[in-house]
Design a protein around this ligand. Structure first.
Ligand code: CO8
Length: 258
């Protein structure tokens, strides 16, 4: 297993837990943290004992954005040639479901990271925003696109142009988060959610994630055709046979993730 300095990696049952851990910088995403985060996500994504990934931060901050101190002096050529933030695309490319548990600040790259995840749970303390404009830049890890798809143009435009934050209630009303839970219960609820997903058939959960995500990339009729083909292919799994047999026999299914 890889050694990490800026994140903590743990496993509980079939859930891989990544905790962002740069408390002094409110988990700002510097290059080391992003590199370690991507390595950990890929490590868990390719581990056959893992069925879901949970990403979380601290009570005070999920992540307060990309590391401004690290970016401050970079030139156009530095950011263009380095294209450093494209590393984030590898998180969105994970095939296993990822649950984000957000307490405190999820700003800029922190909000973008949360939006790359599949199920977003927010503590009642959560604050979401894309404040990049206040620094003289715009979102760079997908915020202008994913936020707009999640909450619509009206609110996304307002947040990206004014840099104001949304609290958890507004984020839930706007459709950005799946559910709000009391801050003290956030980790347990998120772990429970991730465990529930991880106990489903892994290949079928991966197919469900892929099908939902396809809706962001294609037309309705093509998306439905894609879904139908993937639905057909669930019948090639042992878990479909087990899931339906268990229902008929009035027992819990024992998925083998095959
Ligand atoms: N980067 C670096 N350090 C940070 C960051 C950050 N994003 N956020 C907080 N910190 C540091 C502070 O500098 C401070 O460090 P120190 O104690 O050494 O001064 C420490 O964390 C604690 O922060 P504060 O004292 O500011 O704590 P407050 O509770 O007063 O405020 C806030 C909390 C409101 C979250 C405040 O820290 C803040 O506004 N942070 C910046 C938020 C922000 O603007 N985020 C967007 C960053 S830009 C971005 O994410 C773009 C992503 C894509 C770029 C792609 C480019 C190609």
């Amino acid at each position: 297993m890889t050694d990490y300095d800026t994140i903590l990696l743990d496993r509980k049952g079939r859930v891989g837990i990544i905790t962002l851990n740069r408390p002094k910088a409110l988990n700002a995403l510097n290059s080391q943290l992003l590199r370690e985060l991507v390595t950990a996500v890929e490590e868990l994504d390719s581990d056959s004992d893992i069925g879901a990934i949970l990403v979380t931060g601290s009570d005070r901050a999920f992540a307060a954005g990309a590391d401004i101190k690290e970016m401050q002096t970079k030139s156009y050529m530095d950011v263009y040639l380095d294209d450093f933030f494209s590393i984030g695309d590898r998180i969105a490319a994970a095939r296993k479901p990822i649950v984000a548990a957000v307490a405190g600040y999820a700003l800029g790259g922190g909000c973008e990271l949360a939006m790359m995840c599949d199920i977003l749970l927010a503590a009642d303390t959560a604050k979401f925003g894309q404040p990049e404009i206040k620094l003289g830049v715009i979102p760079g890890i997908g915020g202008s696109q994913r936020l707009t798809r999640a909450v619509g143009k009206a609110k996304a435009m307002e947040l990206c142009l004014t840099g104001r934050n949304m609290d958890a209630e507004e984020a839930e009303r706007a459709g950005l988060v799946a559910r709000i839970v009391p801050a003290a219960d956030l980790f347990d609820e998120a772990l429970q959610t991730a465990t529930t997903v991880a106990e489903m058939s892994l290949p079928v959960a991966m197919m469900a994630k892929e099908a939902v995500n396809r809706s962001f990339e294609t037309t309705l009729s093509e998306g439905i055709r894609f879904e139908r083909r993937v639905f057909h292919s669930t019948f090639a799994t042992e878990d479909q046979k087990e899931g339906m047999a268990a229902f008929v026999e009035k027992r819990s299914p024992e998925f083998t993730h095959r």
